[in-house]
Structure formats: structure tokens, C-alpha cells
Design a binder for this molecule. Sequence first.
Ligand code: AP5
Length: 220
Amino acid sequence: MRIVLLGPPGAGKGTQAKRLAERYGLAIIGTGDIFRDHVARGTPLGVKAKEYMDGGEYVPDEIAVKMVLERLEEPDAREGFILDGFPRTVPQAQALERSLAEAGKPLHAVLNFKTGDAMVVKRLTNRLVCPNCKRPYNIEFKPPRVAGICDVCGHTLQLRSDDDEATILRRLEVYRKETEPLVLYFWERGLLRDIDAEAPEQVVYDRTIEAISDLLDEYA
Ligand code: AP5
């Protein structure tokens, strides 16, 4: 199965990607996580990406597209994937569509997680992330069992450098301008389902499973 998760910062894409990947046995391709790994390792790509990410701007399309299309060639992704945070612009969506069409492996589902700005700010200013397994936690909504420690792999949780309020507001602006047009783009292709993502995590998960199942029925 090939799935795209769309939605503003803090909509819960990363949270749901983990659960969906476990349920369906899919690879997660999270572009934000891949860029952050490059930043942490100080690679040339990481140095370039950091200046955009810290300002709440998108990394240029040609960089994001090349990175994702190469990742899609890896064996685990050939079996199916969840794209978390890609595509984010119309040129990225067109590049993905072309590449998947050439491979004869079109998308099955695009889930559009809808969340209001106030909820986004509340979630992101309270977020902690495991630098190792990338699991997101939340001081208010999903605290770890032991304060500051990942429940699953025991690493010390971190704040993200782009989760201050000013950068969150800029990320929301960029999302509206660059990514929201993709809602219409994928809706016109019959691939999109809206998910009200303001609800608790389990409710969002159940709605997502239902939407995927509907789209798969239509696809069959
Ligand atoms: P990225 O890391 O993808 O950030 P984002 O899109 O801004 O999304 P987030 O990771 O902030 O939020 P999320 O929706 O995954 O929410 P999460 O599940 O963590 O990208 C970062 C940067 O990289 C971009 O700004 C850009 O610079 C660059 N980049 C990435 N992809 C790119 C691309 N394709 N092109 C160009 N540049 C790119 O949840 C958030 C919090 O809420 C957590 O604390 C979680 O526990 C909590 N939570 C989740 N769901 C719920 C719920 N239902 N109820 C209560 N709390 C919840």
C-alpha cells in the first residue's frame, strides 16, 4: 500500500504514521526526520537544510524530490510506504506522480489531517521527540511514563529547534501557501480523504483506518 499523509505542522502525521506503519507493515518516509538526521550528522545536505528548517521555510523542491525518489528505490519502500511530509508543494507532487506512474505503482490514499492553528500551537509547544526512534510525545496529551525518557528505547527526549511559537506561526503560513493547494490536487484524482485530527489520538487513528479501507474498496 502507498499512502501520503498531508496536514499542517502538529496535525499528528508523525504520530499516526508510526501506528499505520506497524499495522500495515509499511516503511515510513518522513522527510522532516530524514533532514534532521542529516543536520545531526552535519552532512552537506544537513547544513543546507538547517537554514531553511530553523526559519520555518521549506527546503528547495529539487533537494526534497531527489532525496525521496532515491529513498523510494530502497527495498523496504518497494513493498509499500507511508510518506509523512512529502509531497509539500505542487512540483513535488508532480515529480512523485511521474515517478510512481513510471514504476506502475500509483498511490492508494492521501489522508488530509485537519487541525486548527490554536491546537497546532498547543501541541507543538508541548512536544518532545525521541532522537533515536523518532516517537513524538506531548507534555500535556501524551507524556512519557518516565519524565524526559522514551518509553520504547530509553533515549532522552528532546525539544525540536523549530517548535518555538514564532517559527510555528511561520510554518503554518508556509503550509497554507505551498501545501494547501495539494488538497485540491489529490481530491481531483479521487485519492483524498479529510480526517478531523483535533480529536484524541485513538479517535484520529480509527478514522484514518476507516478512510483507508474506503479508498482501498474504491481502488479494488
Ligand atoms: P516535519 O518534521 O515534517 O514537520 P511538520 O510537517 O511541520 O510536522 P510536525 O512533525 O511538526 O507535526 P506532525 O504532524 O508530524 O505532528 P506529530 O505527530 O509530531 O518537517 C520539518 C521541516 O523539514 C519543514 O518545516 C521543512 O523545513 C522541512 N521539510 C520536511 N519535508 C519537506 C518537504 N517535503 N519539502 C521541503 N521541506 C521539507 O504531533 C505533534 C504533537 O502533537 C506531538 O507532541 C504529539 O504527541 C501530539 N499529538 C499528535 N496527535 C495528537 C492528538 N490526536 N491529540 C493530542 N495530541 C496529539
